[in-house]
Design a protein around this ligand. Sequence first.
Ligand SMILES: Nc1ncnc2c1ncn2[C@@H]1O[C@H](COP(=O)(O)OP(=O)(O)OP(=O)(O)O)[C@@H](O)[C@H]1O
Length: 276
Amino acid sequence: MGDAATMDTAPPGAAPAGRRLGPVILEVKDISLAFGGVKALTDISFDVREHEIRAIIGPNGAGKSSMLNCINGVYQPQQGSISLRGRTFRHMNSRQVAEMGVARTFQNLALFKGMSVLDNIMTGRNLKIKSNLLLQALRIGPAQREEIEQREFVEHIIDFLEIQAHRKTPVGQLSYGLQKRVDLGRALAMEPQVLLLDEPMAGMNVEEKQDMCRFILDVNDEFGTTVVLIEHDMGVVMDISDRVVVLDYGRKIGDGTPADVRANEDVIRAYLGTSH
Ligand SMILES: Nc1ncnc2c1ncn2[C@@H]1O[C@H](COP(=O)(O)OP(=O)(O)OP(=O)(O)O)[C@@H](O)[C@H]1O
């Protein structure tokens, strides 16, 4: 029987694709979350190191999205703490967590379908805008300069994600795969230190998945962004992750390198008992 507590075996600085991992940037400690009588998470602890790609996997209802929602302040766990760069945050809302450098994408896209790609990504830039609303509305002085700078940054993201041809297109007219890419762009517009991705490949065809994998690796590599992702596609998880946390019925049953979790009997049992 695999022992989750002894699976944290990634050697310091090790990463499958030759990535150099830094110190712990995000620490999740003894998190428990319940909705009435439903225990979504029980005593979950794990850490994420700077520059790491860390996956959270598990069968349906295992608590993966609840975990991301605790990290980014959507849910307030009844127990435990979450620290970013050693700073513990309790009872912070999503905006405050975002201001600390944590951005996320969503399982069910939350884009403004009638707005263009450019404007959707621009909404992710709002946190960075310093001038006041009146100056922005009048587009004068520092506000005008600032808007130009922000737009340049957004254009850079559009180029990076190779969606130049769609920059003026209303998002609702794009394929699902491209909409997921715009969702990633909006999160990147926040220049996050930690990027939380909730099923970034869900509903994609093989080619779209390959593209998304490449963009996640490029974001990690070129911007040095730490990535925490939930994903059901095991091929993708095993290919791109440095370490994997496995949840089942709200409990952690495995934690380690892809090879570690693949060999963990508890993990194998949890997956054999489901349709995944
Ligand atoms: N807002 C909520 N209210 C009540 N119960 C909830 C809520 N959010 C999650 N749960 C419950 O918590 C448990 C964990 O759900 P969660 O969505 O976190 O799992 P998951 O691993 O992300 O599942 P999936 O892979 O299907 O998305 C489930 O039993 C779910 O029904």
